[in-house]
Design a protein around this ligand. Structure first.
Ligand SMILES: [Ca+2]
Ligand SMILES: [Ca+2]
Length: 275
């Protein structure tokens, strides 16, 4: 499914480029992302993936530093309710989204397609809560770690693969099954401050072994450092030149579309239910 919001966003992007007398040709591709939970059966699940095709400037957290409100909104709640708007504010022409369909259980997949201007948005940034947990997540520390497109619009990365050793503890909420997300009997709205910093940690997840998850399975971490847990794959389809020309023409003619695109973007975080 081609995302309508991304079309509007790209339309505004092209208009901006032309107004700045930047390149007369823009490279558009339709990018399909496929998300897979590779963790063992009954191990970790993931909140909907939050992601953005972007210019490489939005940086939500740093290893060894206190977690920011944007990354806490991913790590503690799964919703990204502060991450998504912070991303849009830092990089207004980014194409930002979430996977649909709720939590991604072991073995589950999700996919979505977007129209991307590869010269304006060559980078990919993502974040998702790992559950059950109090404040565990996956995400890229460096905003330029994953450059998807080169200067000519060619795809540079086919997939991003993560193992258990890539799981972060936000360091913001202390371990406590009673206050954890995705557990029967856990109250995710309660929390005990951890007063720590962002750091890698997957071993703490074994502390939830034997507890029943919200999805009904009894949790068994079964993770070692090199266990595959998550993969994001990218496939691209070139957008035919007439469509590109049409998008550029629309960008030239329709300043109204620019406003509409921004409004669509502002609403985007609301279409995905928080975990
Ligand atoms: Ca960082
Ligand atoms: Ca913690």
């Amino acid at each position: 499914m081609l995302n309508v919001r991304s079309i509007f966003t790209q339309t505004s992007v092209v208009a901006s480029m032309l107004m700045l007398a930047a390149p007369a040709y823009a490279s558009f591709v339709q990018v399909t992302i496929n998300v897979e939970n590779l963790a063992p059966a009954n191990s970790v699940s993931f909140a909907p993936l939050r992601f953005g095709f972007n210019n490489g400037t939005f940086d939500a957290f740093n290893q060894g530093e206190v977690a920011t409100a944007p990354i806490i909104s991913v790590a503690e709640g799964g919703s990204g309710s502060a991450w998504l708007p912070a991303f849009a504010a830092a990089d207004p022409t980014a194409v930002i989204g979430s996977t649909m369909g709720g939590a991604v259980l072991p073995g589950a997949t999700r996919s979505a397609s977007f129209l991307i201007n590869t010269s304006l948005n060559p980078f990919f940034t993502f974040a998702s809560m790992v559950v059950p947990s109090n404040d565990f997540f996956i995400g890229n520390d460096s905003p330029t770690e994953y450059r998807l497109f080169d200067m000519t619009g060619s795809l540079l990365i086919n997939s991003i693969s993560l193992t258990a050793s890539d799981i972060w503890n936000a360091g913001s909420e202390a371990f406590d099954p009673l206050n954890a997300a995705f557990l029967v009997g856990g109250n995710n709205s309660l929390r005990t401050p951890e007063n720590g910093v962002v750091g890698f940690n997957f071993s703490e997840l074994a502390g939830f072994n034997g507890l029943t998850t919200a999805a009904g399975y009894v949790f068994d971490s079964a993770l070692t450092a090199d266990t595959d847990i998550f993969r994001i794959s990218f496939t691209v389809k070139t957008v035919p030149e007439p469509v590109t020309v049409a998008l550029m023409t629309a960008g030239l003619l329709g300043m109204g579309l620019i406003v509409r695109g921004r409004r669509q973007g502002a609403r985007a975080p609301l279409f995905e239910t928080a975990l």
